[in-house]
Write a protein that binds this ligand. Structure first.
Ligand code: TXA
Ligand code: MG
Length: 329
């Protein structure tokens, strides 16, 4: 029997190599989470500071206790409600979880991803005692997360032994990170599992923001998820104004907005943005990558509505704008 791509990927992970794999959120760059030398390769490939903690991906809920201790009941309830899915839980780490994974912190991030190929890989790898795959998004540090296998190849090339291709990611932006190691559950990074959905299980709305005693969350740095083309997020009534201004300066401009293009001009590239948040999130990173590669003087994104389903998108757009431009890391 010929070896399948998943079997090959699991064997590479066991051998301490890197494998990129699809999840429902974005593609991950995986290594055996119990092997510090393998995990070190992730940081080298990404160009990421080594003290940033990684999420450990598990094949199922029943693996939580190998990685975490003093797990509150609500963690199991959240796992039951949202896993496999785009929610990462921060818990107190169990003894033996390598510092390479946690950035030396006393906590560990865990999630069971909702993508069939990811689950297949995690199960194939799960023979190992620890059975967790540490994986950040498979992009270079500070750049936009990849949502297709081709994005990963473009970003990381030979630095990764194998890229499993599971098609475009369904959700399109990174998981919600909920910290359960604090007195009050706290969202460290918003995602498409919103505060209201979490409240249904928690019985109260989670707090939000990294807070004072913030652990290191690289996804919370401002210059993250950034294109190298300057990007502005502007209210609907400013979009037309921004376009006119760019034209007056003789620039080529890209626009991402939900309405049809009211102009006809060869220096305007207009891209219709989906009007609902799920579709918007699904397309966002691919759209930004594509527009970034086209060499516009500026990308203008119409600010989405202020309603609940858009929260994570506002967060990513704000960061994309903050880190954008040729000076971005
Ligand atoms: O959707 C996702 O979460 C994707 C896919 C691949 O699973 N992964 C992802 O990983 O976005 P990464 O490394 O790009 O972002 C993970 C974030 C980082 O900001 C990291 O600092 C934070 O999770 N994190 C991980 N462990 C943590 C911990 N123990 N305490 C606080 N933050 C943690
Ligand atoms: Mg990332």
């Amino acid at each position: 029997m010929p070896e399948t791509a998943v079997e090959r990927a699991a064997a590479l992970l066991r051998a301490g190599e890197l494998v990129a794999f699809p999840t429902e959120t974005v593609y991950g760059l995986g290594a055996d989470a119990a092997n510090p030398a393998a995990v070190a390769k992730i940081f080298a490939a990404k160009g990421r500071p080594a003290d940033h903690p990684l999420i450990v991906h598990l094949p199922g809920h029943d693996h939580i206790d190998r990685w975490a201790r003093d797990v509150p009941d609500v963690a199991y309830e959240l796992a039951e409600a949202f896993w496999p899915g785009p929610l990462t839980l921060i818990l107190k780490r169990a003894a033996g979880v390598p510092d390479a994974v946690t950035g030396g912190q006393d906590t560990v991030g865990l999630r069971v991803p909702g993508h069939p190929l990811a689950l297949e890989l995690l199960r194939a790898f799960a023979g190992a005692h620890w059975s967790g795959v540490a994986a950040p998004s498979a992009n270079r540090f500070g750049r936009i997360s990849p949502t297709t296998a081709q994005h990963v190849r473009d970003e990381l090339g030979d630095a990764v032994a194998l890229v499993l291709d599971g098609g475009p990611c369904r959700v399109g932006i990174e998981s919600t990170i909920l910290d359960l190691s604090r007195q009050r559950p706290t969202i460290l990074r918003p995602g498409m599992v919103g505060a209201e959905a979490l409240a249904q299980v928690l019985g109260e709305l989670p707090a939000s923001g990294a807070g004072e005693a913030a652990p290191r969350v690289s996804g919370s740095l401002d210059a993250h998820y950034a294109p190298s083309t300057p990007l502005a997020v502007v209210p609907p009534d400013v979009v037309i104004f921004a376009v006119r201004e760019a034209l007056a300066r003789g620039e080529r401009i890209a626009v991402l907005a939900p309405m049809d293009c009211p102009f006809e001009h060869e220096r305007i590239h207009w891209r219709r943005a989906p009007a609902d948040p799920d579709a918007f999130a699904h397309d966002l990173y691919a759209a930004l990558r594509e527009l970034d590669a086209m060499g516009f003087a500026r990308i203008v994104v119409q600010k989405p509505p202020a309603t609940a389903g858009w929260q994570a998108i506002h967060d990513r757009l704000r960061r994309a704008a903050a880190g954008s431009g040729p000076e971005a890391p």
